[in-house]
Design a protein around this ligand. Sequence first.
Ligand code: ZN
Ligand code: ZN
Length: 324
Amino acid sequence: CNKKDQCQKKAKEFCDLCLKPALLDYVHKHLRLEVIENFQNSDNYKQYHTFLLKELLEEGVFENYLQYIKNYEEYAKKVKLADVEKYCLSKIVKKVKPVVKSAKEENVTGKVFEPFDKFFDISKNDIVISKESLGMILFLNQENISQFADNILYYIDEMVKDLVSQFEENGSVEEKLSNLPIKPQNELFKKVFGCGKQCPFCKVLCEARGDGHTEHWAEIHHPKGLSSPCLELKTDVCSTIVNSKAQFSNSDTKGTFYPYKYYRDYYPNWKIAGDSSIQASDYWKYVFAKFNEKFAEVCDALKADIPADWNRSTQEKAMESLKA
Ligand SMILES: [Zn+2]
Ligand SMILES: [Zn+2]
C-alpha cells in the first residue's frame, strides 16, 4: 500500500512539476499561431458568431445576453480567448496521452525512465520538459510502469480540468497574456470580427468585411429596445423602423426626437436596408420574449407588447434558426 501511495505521489509530482508548466508553455506559444491560422477567413466569423449565440442560448443567463448586447467586443474577446486556449490545450493533450498509454502497454518492469525516454523523443518538438526536474521525481525504480502510467493519465485529466477553469476565469487570462508582444485577442478580433461597429439602434454587429470599409450594415437586426434609453421596449427590427414614421431620441440627438427615416443624418456610415417584411429571427424572438421583463427593467422602460407568436417560440426553435 505504501508503494501504491508512493506511485501516486510520483505521478502527481510528474504532472504538477513537469507536465503542467510544459503544457502551459505550449498553449502560450501557440495561441497567436492558432488565432492567425484558424480565423483568417470570414466564414469563421459566422461560425464563431453562431457558436457564441448557441452558448448564450444554452446557458440562458440574462446577464450574459446583456453583456453580449451592450459590449459585444469585450464579450467576444473574453470568450474567444478561453476557447482558443482550450483548443490549444486539447491539441497537445491529444499528443501526450498516447505516449503515456504506450508506455503503459509495454508494461516494462524496471527503471521508469526508460519508457519515458520515448516521451521526450515524441514530444520534444511540441513541449519542453525539464529533464532535471524529471530526474528528481523519477529517481526511484518503479516496479509497475503500468500503474504509474495509469496514475499519470488520471492526473492529466485532473490537470486539464484545472487549466480549463483557469482559462475561463476572468483576469487570469489577461495576466498571462500581458507578457506577450502582441495581444492575440486584439489580433483575433480584427481578423474575425472586422470593424466591430454596432448598429446605433439595436447594437447588432456590422457584417461588412474588409479593412477600411466605409459603410456598415447587417443582414438581420435585433428587435429594437435593447439599446437605451427608451420609454417602452419595441419588438420591431431596425429594417421596419427606418421605413416607418417613428422617431428616435438618444444622447446623439441630445434627447430630442428625430425621424428614423433620416437616421443617416446622425449615422452616415450605417446603411440599414428598409424592408418592412423583415422580422426578427426566431432566435431573438425567443430571447426577447423570455427576458422581456428583465430587458425592460434594465432599460428602465415598460415591457414590450410581445406578439403572440413570439411567446410561443421555444428554445428548440431558436436553436433551429441558428442552423438555417
Ligand atoms: Zn439595428
Ligand atoms: Zn463595419
